[in-house]
Design a protein. Structure first.
Lengths: 115, 111
């Protein structure tokens, strides 16, 4: 887990504010995935990115959520106008290459609390 | 019905016991099967990774996949208190790492 770095570890936002979650993948990894873990539920896929490209965003809510992975710097998951239902643990994972023979390695997550 | 079903537990066993954890799934297109271990307040850690049916062994851990029954298992031999965690099964159909997870089984290994 130590290889994928996420920050902040904990984030508290009031309803209506914006949340920005950052993820630096493992060294040598150029594929980034975001997952959300709600209480009593399993991890749910949100989005898959490569450098400067969104490959699959089929798990992203249609509104308020966006993600990017710029050429330089970490991947960012952005949630605008947060609501209480956005409270969850958000995990970033990375892999070395595309495909299922390249397992995912997860960070320790950002725990978002919306008050 | 969820695509992946996993008994949430908690499962409590004495140290040294053999632990059996299981998942069932409904999507016959799943080809890649994984087990992750997640300690409290940490991210999932990959334990086992298998493709299609069969067995795979790594130290005290053995993963089994039975695609005909849509059933996967993880066995832990000589369980230790440090194995106490939540175990997540995950699977994918192929073409990427878009995983479908079970809800996890909480395991406690007691001295």
């Amino acid at each position: 887990n130590a290889g994928v770095m996420q920050n902040p570890r904990h984030l508290v936002r009031r309803r209506g504010q914006e949340a920005r979650l950052r993820c630096s993948p493992m060294k040598g990894h150029s594929h980034v995935y975001w997952y959300r873990q709600l209480p009593e539920e399993g991890l749910k896929f949100m989005v898959y990115l490569q450098k400067e490209n969104i490959i699959d965003e089929s798990g992203m809510p249609k509104e308020r959520f966006s993600a990017e992975f710029p050429k330089e710097g970490p991947s960012i998951l952005r949630i605008q106008q947060v609501v209480r239902g956005d409270s969850a643990a958000y995990f970033c994972a990375s892999s070395q290459r595309q495909g299922d023979n390249s397992p995912l390695h997860f960070g320790n997550g950002t725990r978002l609390t919306v008050t | 019905q969820k695509e992946v079903e996993q008994d949430p537990g908690p499962l409590s066993v004495p140290e040294g016991a053999i632990v059996s954890l299981n998942c069932t799934y409904s999507n016959s297109a799943f080809q890649y099967f994984m087990w992750y271990r997640q300690y409290s307040r940490k991210g999932p850690e990959l334990l086992m990774y298998t493709y299609s049916s069969g067995n795979k062994e790594d130290g005290r851990f053995t993963a089994q996949v039975d695609k005909s029954s849509k059933y996967i298992s993880l066995f832990i031999r000589d369980s230790q208190p440090s194995d106490s965690a939540t175990y997540l099964c995950a699977m994918s159909t192929g073409g990427g790492n878009k995983l479908t997870f079970g809800t996890g089984t909480q395991l406690k290994v007691e001295l």
